[in-house]
Each structure stands twice: as structure tokens, then as C-alpha cells.
Design a protein around this ligand. Structure first.
Ligand code: GNR
Ligand code: NI
Length: 176
């Protein structure tokens, strides 16, 4: 079990389209375990592989409120097979955009197909915060951050602040 460093924006590694996993092997399972440890330690509701420097279509999430009742989800090669017309607005944060938050609208309910930890195909229907979180993580797999839904002005204000923080605090900025 390893704590992985989380990449902070702006960083080109957060802007790439990740590759599908071809084989769900022990390397993938170890990565997901490390991602869960890292997510719980942060703490965060989800984490996508590119946030820890791995360009693969893997995400983990756990939106349970009680840490004694953990409900970790590990999704490999996730795809949205259906999304509701109804939208849900939620204040989003991101471990790669520390201390910045914004209201984002997304479909309220989604159905996802994915591979589970054993490499078997599985399906999941999510709503509320889990639906938000999975869609946020799936965006990371395509190089999309929540600031990409904001106006160019708001996005640049946030990214400029983060860039400045990295310059002042390079040891905290992974890969800077
Ligand atoms: O910890 C997180 N909280 C959160 C809150 C609202 C919407 C999405 C999220 S995901 C985020 C962790 C993260 O950055 N995942 O990529
Ligand atoms: Ni995020």
C-alpha cells in the first residue's frame, strides 16, 4: 500500500486522453489499492489514474459519509451507457485544483458499464453525489477538469493562482 503524490494543475499530464486497460492484472489491482489509500488520506471522494501520473482509464470513488462504512468503487474502462435529461447542480472540488470550488451541472443519473477488479464486465446506476463523482473522474480520463466548464476568465483566474503557488512552493508541486 503506497501513498501516491497527486498532480496539481496546471500540468500537461492532466490534459491527456488516457488509454484503455487491456489486461486487468495484479499491477492494475495494486494501482487501484494505492489510489484508494491516497484518496482516503487526501481525503477525497474519488481519484482518477492521471491524477497520480498514470495515463490509463482507471478511477476509484467512495462517497459514503461514514468512514466505518466504506464503500469503495473501482472502475476500469468506464463508459456512460445512459444519462438522464435531468441535471443536478453540485459544488465540485478537485484534488488537482486545491482550494477551488464551483457549481457544475451534470446529468443527475447515469448508467455506467466498466470492468471490475477481476476484469469482468459490470454495470452500475448512480445518482446524486456518486453520479457527480463518477462523471468528474471520467472527465479526468479524457483530460477534462471541472474548470473547463467555467468561463475562460474564471478558469484562468484559478489556473493562474495555482501556477503562482507552484512557483512559490515548488516542493509541494509534483513534477514542477
Ligand atoms: O474529493 C473530491 N470531491 C468532489 C466534490 C464534488 C465533486 C467531485 C469531487 S471529486 C474530488 C476528488 C477528485 O479530484 N477527484 O478527481
Ligand atoms: Ni478531480
Amino acid at each position: 500500500m503506497a501513498l501516491l503524490p497527486i498532480i496539481i494543475a496546471p500540468d500537461p499530464r492532466l490534459k491527456v486522453k488516457c488509454d484503455p486497460v487491456e489486461n486487468v492484472d495484479d499491477g492494475v489491482r495494486t494501482l487501484m489499492d494505492d489510489m484508494l489509500v491516497t484518496m482516503y488520506a487526501a481525503p477525497g471522494l474519488g481519484l482518477a489514474a492521471p491524477q497520480v501520473g498514470v495515463q490509463k482509464r482507471i478511477l476509484v470513488a467512495d462517497v459514503s459519509k461514514d468512514e466505518n462504512l466504506r464503500d469503495p468503487k473501482c472502475l476500469i474502462n468506464p463508459e456512460i451507457t445512459w444519462a438522464s435529461e435531468e441535471l443536478f447542480e453540485y459544488e465540485e472540488g478537485c484534488l488537482s485544483l486545491p482550494d477551488h470550488f464551483a457549481e457544475i451541472s451534470r446529468p443527475e443519473r447515469v448508467r455506467i458499464s466498466y470492468l471490475d477488479r477481476d476484469g469482468k464486465s459490470a454495470k452500475l446506476e448512480a445518482d446524486g453525489v456518486l453520479a457527480v463523482c463518477i462523471q468528474h473522474e471520467m472527465d479526468h480520463l479524457d483530460g477534462i477538469l471541472f474548470v473547463d466548464y467555467l468561463s475562460k476568465l474564471k478558469r484562468n483566474v484559478i489556473l493562474r493562482k495555482l501556477r503562482k503557488l507552484k512557483k512559490q512552493n515548488p516542493e509541494k508541486a509534483v513534477g514542477a
